[in-house]
Every structure is written in C-alpha cells, then in structure tokens.
Design a protein. Structure first.
Length: 206
C-alpha cells in the first residue's frame, strides 16, 4: 500500500476516499441527498458542486465494486504513465464533462438524480486505451481476452445504444461522454498521444 501512495498518490487517495465515502453513504440518506447530482438544480446554478460529489457515492455494493474494480486495474498504471496532476485533471474534468450532457438532457426533470464515478472512470479507461491499445481485457461474459482498442469501440456502441433504449436507471450518457472526454483531455495534455495511438495500430498490422 505504501508503494501505491509513493508512486501513484492521486489514484490511491481517490480510490480509498471513494470507497470510504460510498460505504458511509450507504447508511446515511442525508449524505446521499447532499452528494447526488440533481440536473434540475445544477442547471439553475444550485448544487453545482454535485458534479464532483456525485462521483464519491454509489447506489449499492455492486455499483461500488464494479467501478472500483475497473478503477484499480487502469487508474494506477495511467497515473504512473501520464503523471500525477495530469491524471487528476483527466479524472475530475472527465467526471464533470461527462455529467454536463445529463444536466442538459434532464434539466426539466425534477425527480432525476445521478450518482457514481462512472464518468471519471470512463475518462481514465479511454485515456489508458490511447497509451496501451493492445493491452488485453477480460470482459464478462466473454470467455476470451480482447484488445483494449476493440473494447473501446464496443463500449461506445453499447453506451450509445443503451442511452437511447435502456430503462435500467443507469446513466449511460455519463459513460459515453466520459469516454469521449478522456480522449480529448488526454490529447490536449499529451499532443503526441494520437499519433502514438494510430502508429501503434498501424505497426501491429504491418
């Protein structure tokens, strides 16, 4: 654990703090009310801070475990690759940008709320894919590993489809726009990453 804090302090703090806050919120409905992102209020310039705090709480144990599992496998290596403050920018700015489309989409829906770190984690995941497009991922229920770049395409298609057709109360827009934000922010922070990404793809098939 000390090694994680030494080499990847930002990811370590986010990881622990998000777990602790989420578990605490499971037993505190008042905290849920304060931290959840409420597009109706945010659009009217109230509770704007929830664009960040909504990423510190989760709906249930499965939601928390899935998000933190994904965070653990990609965030620490990304921070070690891109740098500490750069990682923080990708995560938190990705979280904010991923929520803005939901704010606009649900600005008139008083009863709509959103929570979870999915937007920031999607930004981290897609930033990671730019650096390591041919790293392999195991995605349930697929029995075989797939390349990260292939997963990225499938992920975006899935999120776009579910955003239009799903009734599962999951904010698929945050997943989709978090992924897009991760790519754009990384390209701004590391202008050479796009040529690197496509160069890696080209070299793999030559």
């Amino acid at each position: 654990m000390i090694e994680y804090f030494t080499h990847t302090p930002v990811a370590s703090i986010i990881f622990i703090f998000t777990i602790v806050t989420s578990i605490y919120a499971f037993n505190d409905s008042v905290l849920y009310g304060k931290f959840m992102m409420h597009p109706y209020s945010v659009y009217r310039k109230n509770k704007v801070y929830t664009l960040i705090t909504s990423g510190l709480i989760h709906a249930n144990w499965m939601h928390l475990i899935f998000n933190m599992f994904t965070f653990f496998f990609f965030a620490f290596k990304l921070e070690a690759t891109i740098g500490h403050w750069q990682f923080a920018v990708i995560y938190f700015l990705g979280m904010i940008l991923s929520d803005l489309p939901s704010v606009m989409k649900h600005k008139g829906d008083f009863w709509y709320n959103s929570l979870g770190a999915s937007g920031g984690i999607s930004a981290v995941l897609f930033s990671y894919i730019l650096f390591y497009p041919f790293s392999t991922l195991m995605i349930f229920p697929l029995p075989i590993p797939i390349w990260a770049c292939v997963f990225g395409i499938l992920y975006l298609v899935y999120c776009a489809y579910m955003s239009k057709n799903s009734r599962d109360n999951i904010n698929h827009d945050a997943h989709f726009f978090g992924a897009i934000a991760g790519v754009l922010i990384t390209a701004i922070l590391e202008p050479r990453i796009i040529p690197h990404f496509f160069g890696t793809l080209m070299s793999a098939f030559n």
